[in-house]
Ligand binder design. Structure first.
Ligand SMILES: Nc1ncnc2c1ncn2[C@@H]1O[C@H](COP(=O)(O)OP(=O)(O)O)[C@@H](O)[C@H]1O
Ligand SMILES: [Mg+2]
Length: 233
């Protein structure tokens, strides 16, 4: 499991996360919600070593992650599927997926992992020889998720996968998330779609101005109360 304790992190002299503590249990889906600018992306980036931590600790199964470089995270079993997807637009769908199999251990299983990803996302199989730049928003998200899965992660950090997508595609993405959870993956999901997120999550944490202000078991969440806090009504 990942344990975040008393974390401060930010950009240069601007601090964003304030003494944030959060436990991410193994095999569960942990959902982080909160308004724009709350620091959700910054938190995921801090776990990945993409923003400097100025106080506190992040551990993976009791071992500090602070010495691990971002490019070594996949080797540690952690992948981040970033907001905005960041796929290689001039490369084909399959080339993008193969890029995800970068960690040494996984490279020799590229073929098997491609099949797994195509099984989860049949649309990607249909489009495997097309350039990624020609994909729809939903397909791009699927490609970003598929590319992350090529590294055989144990922990998947997903930043707003449903952003800007049509409801039927959002439904599809959440179905896949449910499947990944059922397979025993540890998932951290940052989401604005609270209705969908709460259905698939085990734990829900609400962030505001760089802090976690509410943590609940997903089945105990009262969406009205959550939205009151969310919008500071
Ligand atoms: N690269 C950056 N440099 C400086 N400030 C940033 C940078 N990225 C984000 N921020 C600021 O950090 C705060 C939190 O942003 P972010 O973590 O992206 O929030 P969220 O993902 O919850 O919308 C915002 O005030 C944002 O303006
Ligand atoms: Mg964000």
């Amino acid at each position: 499991m990942i344990e975040i304790s008393d974390l401060r992190a930010g950009y240069g002299s601007i601090n964003i996360l304030w003494d944030l503590s959060l436990a991410i249990p193994e095999g569960k889906l942990t959902c982080i919600i909160g308004p724009n600018g709350a620091g959700k992306t910054t938190l995921l980036r801090a776990v990945m070593g993409l923003v400097p931590v100025t106080q506190g600790r992040i551990t993976l199964n009791g071992r500090a992650l602070s010495g691990t470089k971002t490019w070594e995270m996949a080797q540690e079993g952690i992948v981040m599927i970033p907001e905005g997807r960041l796929i290689f637009r001039d490369m084909t769908v399959e080339e993008n997926l193969i890029m995800g199999a970068f960690p040494k251990k996984q490279r020799k299983r590229t073929r098997a992992n491609l099949e797994r990803v195509y099984g989860l996302f049949p649309r990607l199989l249909e489009r495997r020889t097309q350039v990624a730049g020609s994909l729809s928003g939903g397909e791009s998200q699927m490609l970003a998720m598929g590319r992350g899965l090529m590294a055989e992660p144990k922990v998947i950090l997903l930043d707003e996968p449903s952003l800007g997508l049509a409801p039927v595609i959002v439904q599809e993405i959440f179905t896949i998330l449910g499947q990944l959870k059922a397979e025993g993956n540890t998932i951290v999901l940052v989401e604005q779609n609270t209705h969908m997120a709460v259905k698939v999550a085990d734990q829900v944490h609400l962030m505001q101005t760089g802090r976690v202000i509410l943590s609940q078991e997903a089945d105990k969440v009262d969406l009205d109360q959550l939205h009151d806090l969310y919008f500071a009504r």
